[in-house]
Design a protein. Sequence first.
Length: 261
Amino acid sequence: MRAETLQQRIGELAGQALLVLVLLTCWQVAAILFPAPHLPRLERIAASFWNLVHGELLVREVLPSAARVGAGLALGIVLGTAIGLAIGYFRALDPWLRPILEFLRALPAVTILPAALLLLGATDAMRVAIIAFGCTPPVLLAAIDGARRVEPLLLDTARVSGLTAAQTVARVIVPAALPQVFAGIRVALGVALIMMVISELLASNNGLGAFIQRNQRLFNTANVYAGVLVIGVLAWLFTAAMLKLEKRVLRWHRGWRGASE
């Protein structure tokens, strides 16, 4: 059974690699047959990508963007999880906070960028705040849903055991809600990257968003595509790290789910 699974996985990877190879070949052939400024050859894009991921450009453009995404995502996770679990467990808070939550959920995160610029200026604090604002709602809603899906039997057991509200949240609500919270974090990661690019496009002199905009104005399309590729690589790295963390934290959940099935 394991050999069949491994063989199937190898077949899937081979198919994916073949598809990428076909697409790259089509791009290169089109760039050779129909040379145009907006369609650079792959070797130019690869050279621009290499220049961007090492040396001075790595420090000036890539690392600041990665740091802003990490800080904004972490802040959004903390705020979303804490507020979401509190609302999910303490139902009396819901009538008071629900209108505000619905307003914030429906409000596109980019609309607060002008206000953030006025309040915080074109600073890294503003960019991190924008990213955190966009990341908080997915995590918050997932945490609320996770807290409200806790088995009543677990809550009754905690009550009978004499646990306080804080102990119940820490020992029962948080572990039971974590699978939903991680689902919200996966959504928030995509939002974080979008908000990072938007904040850097409008109010930054470094970072990947500013790098892409600057080269777009100079019609250096190879650098533009290289910047997009680096953002894709960052997304992949953040996703891989998040999945590894989720696998480690929720090891008990997978085992429990497998036993229950």
